[in-house]
Design a protein around this ligand. Structure first.
Ligand code: R5P
Length: 309
């Protein structure tokens, strides 16, 4: 079965790498902006029955989203019968609820638009809330990028301790700690505003010897004091302003971490986030390529290719 791969302008290189992994054809696509700012899309290749479209909808979110919708509708018009849509980073994915009266549930509308424009299957990576999948009536998958991230950490750090900078990231830290057979811990975070967070340490009860690997595998969570003299690696799904990570680095340094490396799945990286994180004392900052950035050195191409096979 021939599967045509199309990469939207936000995910061209990633789409090319996925096509390479699968040995499938990459379809040429022309996208541009008219002088008034409107988007133009033209699919330049022969459309197959089975098509996979790869397009993240990060910044500029509205433009990347509208481009994706144009691609989907055009593919259906041109005869595509089954379209798998891979949105490695789903913009608007963090507003899946009406937190305050009158708010738009943007994740719901975005999901509806993707489906109604022609998606037959939806695949994303580490959705901020897995419940976003409930907005779809088509098959969905929420892949985890923790395996490629763990592989990257294993190459760089000999004996890491994995740190979740908030409770929401604890599952990621545990996943990586389990793959690497190492310990992890987490912090507690209170968001005071879009660009301000307060972070505190959490007292994790641990009643086992951290050298006892069998027990560590059952429950790898340890107290923050365990970072003393260790190479700490912070893991989060998204880095936006960098505030969460800057706070976590400060706490790790205070508790005697030998070094602090930072990994995330989605490098949203608003304004001077990279600079703030490096200035706070990170040794390394790396992310996956769900979004293009200076630090997107861990590829999710194989992860996506495996899900498409
Ligand atoms: C929030 O729950 C996410 O997992 C990230 O921790 C958050 O998006 C990071 O935001 P910022 O970099 O602005 O602190």
């Amino acid at each position: 079965m021939i599967i045509l791969i199309i990469g939207g302008s936000a995910s061209q290189k990633l789409a090319a790498n996925v096509a390479k992994e699968l040995g499938e054809t990459l379809c040429p696509l022309e996208t541009k902006k008219f002088p008034d700012g409107e988007r133009y899309v033209r699919i330049k290749g022969e459309v197959e029955k089975n098509v996979t479209v790869i397009q993240s909808t990060g910044f500029p979110q509205d433009e990347n989203l509208i481009e994706l919708l144009f691609i989907l509708r055009t593919l259906k018009d041109l005869g595509a019968e089954h379209i798998k849509v891979v949105v490695p980073y789903l913009g608007y994915g963090r507003q899946e609820l009406r937190f305050k009266d009158g708010e738009a549930i943007s994740a719901q509308l975005v999901s509806n638009l993707i489906e109604e424009s022609g998606a037959d299957e939806f695949i994303s990576i580490n959705l901020h809330e897995d419940s976003v999948r409930d907005f779809f009536n088509i098959p969905t998958a929420n892949l985890s990028a923790m395996a490629p991230i763990a592989e990257y950490i294993a190459d760089k750090v000999e004996n890491p301790i994995i740190i979740a900078p908030d409770k929401g990231a604890l599952g990621f830290a545990e996943e990586i700690a389990e793959i690497l057979g190492c310990n992890c811990t987490y912090m507690s975070k209170v968001r005071l505003g879009p660009d301000k967070v307060e972070t505190r340490i959490v007292d994790v009860q641990c009643d086992f010897d951290s050298e006892d690997l069998d027990k560590v595998k059952k429950d790898s969570k340890v107290n923050i004091d365990s970072v003393a003299g260790k190479e700490a690696v912070i893991i989060d799904d998204i880095i936006a302003t960098g505030g969460t990570i800057v706070n976590a680095i400060g706490i790790l340094k205070e508790h005697g971490a030998k070094s602090v490396d930072v990994c995330c799945v989605h490098p949203v990286l608003v304004n001077d986030a990279v600079l703030k994180i490096m200035a706070a004392g990170a040794r390394d900052l790396s992310s996956t390529d769900t979004l293009k950035s200076d630090v997107s050195s861990i590829s999710v191409a194989k992860l996506i290719a495996d899900a498409l096979r």
